[in-house]
Design a protein around this ligand. Structure first.
Ligand code: SAM
Length: 276
């Protein structure tokens, strides 16, 4: 282990001790690059300078580093086949469910949550639905809560929407409010159904009575042991029996499906039905 690698580990332990966010559970190489970039953008002299400032209790630097350590890439209808199955196979099960709840854990800036909300609206199931998006990163949660995106994101949204096999009369027009010149947002009904807050999946509490949990492209940053702990202690206790877990393309829960009573819906797609 070289000196900077060791210092990165120390930095992560200081963060864990001082603000309880446990990045020691994440894959180190990704975090090393992020710490290096953080040192450069903050104009700090070295890893030692950062470490010392954290130990001395620089709360602003500590907060900014926690934000910088998380990877928050996302887009509307990311991996469209997952949204297709959500629309055509999952939502019909809940057509008559009062208080349908979907929880997106690690929702980043909200695109995933609004993508689900649009499909729920197209099935006329929005009035009974609540979508909850949570993320460790407070800056991303602010963007998600505002629900206002630049116009180039509308192109991304439209192209994802068009790529789905939806009934011929499905239109984005009633779901989007694009009155502004350079931004757009969602219709009132969608915005009122989507709720966002900060939450650390490694240490904060589970929710109750959730029908669908989407935890995509987030679990993969953790060690296997931590992934199993999150499934066992956060995801499954939050789900209703017969609920669904949706993970990302690189997050195959199949090896643990018997242990956790999860049944994959289709080969090669990480959507699981939970039999409690
Ligand atoms: C790559 S993004 C995935 C966004 C979205 N789910 C998607 O698939 O497009 C990963 C998100 O997980 C969040 N994250 C990382 N660690 C977390 C934790 N311990 N608790 C909650 N969110 C976390 C990051 O802040 C980031 O926004």
């Amino acid at each position: 282990m070289d000196k900077d690698e060791l210092l990165c580990e120390l930095i992560l332990h200081v963060i864990k001790r001082q603000c309880q966010h446990d990045f020691t559970l994440y894959a180190l190489p990704v975090l090393q690059k992020r710490i290096q970039r953080f040192i450069e953008t903050q104009g700090l002299a070295s890893h030692e300078t950062l470490l010392l400032a954290l130990i001395k209790g620089d709360k602003k630097l500590e907060y900014d580093l926690v934000q910088a350590l998380t990877v928050h890439y996302t887009h509307f209808f990311r991996n469209k086949e997952y949204f297709q199955l959500f629309y055509s196979e999952i939502l019909p099960h809940f057509a008559h469910t009062a208080n349908f709840r979907l929880w997106s854990i690690g929702c980043s800036s909200g695109e995933e949550v609004y993508s689900y909300a649009m499909l729920i609206a197209l099935r006329n199931q929005l009035a009974e639905a609540a979508l909850i998006g949570t993320d460790l990163n407070a800056n991303q949660i602010d963007i998600a809560s505002a629900g206002v995106y630049p116009l180039n994101k509308l192109e991304e949204l439209e192209s994802g929407f068009k790529s789905l096999a939806l009934p011929a009369n499905s239109s984005l027009l009633s779901l989007i409010d694009s009155q502004q010149k350079s931004t757009f947002t969602f219709c009132e009904a969608i915005r009122q159904s989507c709720h966002f807050s900060t939450h650390d999946m490694t240490r904060d509490a589970s929710l109750g009575a959730v029908h669908v949990i989407s935890c995509r492209n987030t679990l993969m940053y953790f060690s296997e042991e931590k992934q199993q702990e999150v499934i066992n202690q956060l995801i499954l206790p939050s789900l209703v029996p017969g609920g669904y877990v949706i993970t990302g393309e690189a997050e195959n829960l199949e090896p643990w499906s018997d242990t956790f009573n999860l049944k994959r819906l289709h080969n090669g797609i990480n959507i699981y039905h939970y039999h409690a």
